[in-house]
Write a protein that binds this ligand. Structure first.
Ligand SMILES: *Cc1c(COP(=O)(O)O)cnc(C)c1O
Length: 392
């Protein structure tokens, strides 16, 4: 049969049906599974048999369906799911790094990932250093003899920096280093890092995968052998995804492609209108030609995604005034929701950093991060424009 388009697989993959032959996926809310005989139970516990369900910390049919959809969408061989995106990131570190190893990370990574790297990994003798995402040519020189993993987020949160995944993959292959990409902002609908040479792709499923701000979840995909290592870590340490959340997420993936197209189309429209608007000093969006890595974005992403940032010329107070003037857009720190969300990192998520530290990760005083939702684009624009007119 001709290979189906990923969007079709996201709708059609259904791994388990009961005798009722339900058309939509049933939810297997169960902690454990039973057997017809002692022999069957013994077989389930044999190490070579990972296909029989035992206990939902190890595997669960609803969770497996979600994993299979993500692995198919990412063009990966296999995957594991976790209770949150951070559990996915942590399990990735724990499964492949040990005392004496070094991890090289892009400077612009999610806040909690940064905390794991600088506060927790050193407790186990794992060293971290950073390279400047805006200077990819420096990556090679930052690699040490004990570097085991290269970790990047592209586009990065919230700086929207972009790095050439294929270029990094070439360096990593030559040096036998695992390349891990956090693909949360683009999702597999817009970017498939495995096809560009990444070894593992990590996601917070909480964001665009769920797409409606309802449940937390995480997922990692890659080659079978690597995923098997992670499976054993998760099976024994327990950050497993709940079947209920997996059911919600699996259902959401059916609309991932059409949602990401709409998020991207609306974000590009708004980015163009914000560019040059009174009180806005600059706009950053991967598919705006003014983005410093526009050509790489065009090469490795099919659309620009749902997140854009812009700088208010009035600094920190104008950021707060803008949020206070919004009438419809939500003020919250989540992203990837059907509802448009605005946040002001300098006075919230990154308020504990000094101005210089914020600048080094691309966060200026008047920076607004907008997660463009699925409301009608004219209603979103009207709210933004009236808030800008009020606060400038
Ligand atoms: C939110 C986020 C995470 C963490 O995911 P949780 O589901 O909140 O644990 C990791 N990486 C990126 C890029 C994120 O935006």
């Amino acid at each position: 049969m001709k290979k189906r388009h990923p969007a079709t697989n996201a709708v059609r993959i259904q791994t388990s049906k009961t005798e009722q032959m339900e058309h939509s996926t049933p939810m297997f809310l169960t902690s454990s599974f039973t057997y017809h005989s002692a022999e069957e139970m013994a077989a389930a516990f044999s190490d070579d048999n990972l296909d029989i369900n035992i206990y939902s910390r190890f595997s669960n049919p609803t969770v497996d369906e979600f994993i299979e959809k993500v692995a198919t969408l990412e063009c990966a061989e296999a995957g594991v799911a976790t209770g949150t995106g951070m559990a996915a990131v942590f399990a990735t570190f724990m499964s492949f790094l040990q005392a004496g190893d070094h991890i090289l990370s892009a400077s612009a990574v999610f806040g909690s990932t940064h905390t794991l790297l600088i506060k927790y990994l050193p407790k186990w003798g794992i060293e971290t250093s950073y390279f400047d995402m805006r200077k990819p040519e420096t990556v090679e020189a930052c690699i040490r003899p004990n570097t085991k993993m290269l970790y990047v987020e592209t586009p990065s949160n919230p700086g929207l920096d972009i790095i050439d995944i294929a270029y990094l993959a070439e360096i990593c292959k030559a040096k036998n280093i695992l390349l891990v990409v956090d693909n949360c902002f683009a999702t597999p609908a817009l970017q498939q890092p495995i096809l560009l040479g990444a070894d593992l792709v990590v996601h917070s499923a909480t964001k665009f995968m769920d797409g409606q701000g309802r449940v937390l979840g995480g997922v990692v995909v890659g080659k079978k052998e690597l995923i098997h290592e992670m499976y054993l870590f998760i099976r024994n340490s327990g950050p497993s995804l709940s079947p209920f959340n997996a059911w919600v997420l699996s259902k959401s993936l059916e609309t991932l492609h059409i949602r990401m197209e709409k998020h991207s189309e609306q974000a590009l429209t708004l980015a163009k209108r914000l560019d040059g608007y009174k009180g806005v000093s600059w706009v950053k969006y991967p598919f705006l030609p003014s983005h410093p890595h526009f050509s790489i974005a065009q090469k490795q992403m099919s659309l620009g995604g749902g997140i854009l940032t812009f700088e208010l010329s009035g600094g920190i107070s104008s950021g707060r005034n803008f949020l206070n003037a919004l009438q419809m857009i939500s003020m919250t720190n989540n992203l990837g929701d059907s509802r448009t969300i605005a946040s002001h990192p300098a006075s919230t998520t990154h308020s504990k950093l000094s101005e210089e530290e914020r600048a080094s990760v691309g966060i200026s005083a008047g920076l607004i991060r907008l997660s463009v939702g699925l409301e009608h684009v004219e209603d979103i624009w009207e709210d933004i424009a009236q808030a800008l007119d009020t606060c400038s």
